[in-house]
Write a protein that binds this ligand. Structure first.
Ligand code: SPD
Length: 443
């Protein structure tokens, strides 16, 4: 390459990269959130809010994930510089233990601080992980929360069957069940199912069971989850709600927010779905905003968290996604009251003393009695790797079975097709052959 051409090339490269670098990292906010987990207009509005609060421009880079572990790996192994991520409780616990989080800045200069709107209940739950100086609530602000339960098609599954985890293992639902692709809840469900009698007799609590990582419990969970395979139509992260709404499967072990979405969508086309947290008990979970230590813009991240805690923003997000915000102000309760409901719930644990008997959707806000039979999942700690191997075996084998069936079907169909074609060809050539002989004889 001539010297002059080389100079031109270098100049254009400098120009290109120079233009790109005009945007400083402090004007970019990188968010990594669950898919379908925000009203996108809220992101646009944050840009204006940030400018009004700080006088600075901000551009949001927004990416999504479907599985906690995928998000976690990108940060732990990939050291990616997301400013804000939204893991579930047990992952927040793991990130805290591994010192992967920055404390959340709570000083917003002249801007109103909305962090006080978060329900004390959700803070207490997160603080069960690590308390004191490094308490989780200094590092994580709960965003949405809910339960894990059974979403079922009322025309195909009687309520008395749906209210117990037994239905997942019932052979009559072979190939009719979708499960969340979430090992943490699947594990807890299997151990609870195996200990139904012990729970009833008060020998063990749901919390102890869901967080029992002994080798015996892990072997049992693997066996039970493998036993479940003939019933599984698929492991899903997000498509379950649609399949249920369209009436394609009859049971989905799912999260309450997805259930709310599916129930509404299904009702619009005349399919009746309902959701229940089984009587044995289950998981109550909390997803929270955290700032990973590789973040490059913790300031904008903190402002974003503050903004998302504004009651009007919380209501918009809830409306768009079906999940329940951690914000517990009187205007949220007022907006959620629905006097057409035929039941009343005790929501004092979340909204305070005025919410002792309120008409609020009980899939979104579970009654105190339901909360009492639920527990938080904890980090598997050193046993995480082993658990992930179990999970891969459970899912691989079911994938293996599916693939084997497909291979057999394709193999037999193509063999049959080839044989049939050759046989036809043989018959045709025989016909021509005898025809020729007859013609020859006549001559
Ligand atoms: N589509 C968004 C789903 C987010 C739900 N998070 C639930 C995590 C339960 N461990």
């Amino acid at each position: 390459m001539k010297k002059r051409n080389l100079i031109y090339l270098l100049l254009s490269l400098c120009l290109l990269t120079g233009c790109y670098n005009l945007e400083k990292r402090e004007n970019v906010l990188k968010i990594y959130n669950w898919a379908d987990y925000i009203d996108s207009s809220v992101l646009d509005e944050f840009v204006e809010y940030y400018k009004a609060c700080t006088g600075e421009d901000i551009r949001i880079i927004y990416q999504t994930f479907d599985i906690n572990e995928v998000m976690y790996t990108r940060i732990e192994k990939g050291n990616e510089d997301f400013d804000l991520v939204c893991p579930s409780d047990y992952i927040i616990e793991r990130m805290l233990k591994k010192e992967m989080l920055l404390p959340i800045d709570t000083v917003f200069e002249n801007t109103k601080n909305y962090l006080g709107n978060v329900a004390p209940y959700t803070r207490e739950q997160l603080d069960l992980f690590i308390g004191g100086e490094h308490s989780a609530s200094n590092y994580a602000v709960c965003y949405m929360w809910g339960t894990t339960g059974i979403l079922y098609n009322t025309a195909l599954v009687p309520r008395e069957e749906a209210i117990t985890w037994d239905c997942l293992w019932d052979p009559k639902y072979a190939g009719k069940i979708l499960m969340k692709d979430s090992y943490r809840e699947a594990y807890g469900t299997a151990i609870i199912y195996a200990n139904k009698r012990n729970i009833e007799e008060g020998k063990v609590t749901v919390e102890e069971l869901m967080n029992d990582f002994s080798p015996k419990a892990m072997r049992l969970a693997e066996k039970l989850l493998k036993d479940l395979r003939p019933n599984i139509a698929g492991w899903e992260s997000d498509f379950g709600k649609e399949q249920m709404a369209k009436g394609r499967v009859c049971i989905n072990m799912t999260w309450s927010g997805d259930a709310v979405w599916a129930i509404e969508e299904a009702a619009a086309i005349g399919v009746d779905l309902d959701y229940v947290v089984p009587i044995e008990g289950g998981n109550i979970w909390f997803d929270g905003w955290v700032i990973p230590k590789y973040a490059k813009n913790p300031k904008a991240a903190s402002y974003f968290i503050n903004f998302i805690c504004r009651p009007d923003i919380a209501l918009r997000n809830m409306e768009a996604i079906g999940y329940v915000s951690a914000i517990a102000t009187p205007e949220i309760l007022a907006a959620k009251i629905d006097t057409t409901l035929e039941y009343y719930s005790d929501l004092r644990y979340f909204f305070g003393e005025d919410a002792g008997s309120v008409q609020v959707n009980n899939v979104q806000y579970p009654d105190k009695a339901v909360v009492n039979r639920c527990a938080l999942t904890r980090d598997f700690g050193d046993q995480t790797e082993e658990m992930l191997e179990i999970w891969a075996r459970v899912k691989e084998d079911s994938l293996g079975l599916g693939i084997t069936i497909v291979i057999f079907v394709v193999f037999f169909a193509s063999t049959w097709w080839v044989i049939r074609k050759r046989y036809k060809h043989y018959k045709r050539s025989r016909r021509y052959h005898y025809g020729d002989q007859r013609r020859m004889k006549r001559k």
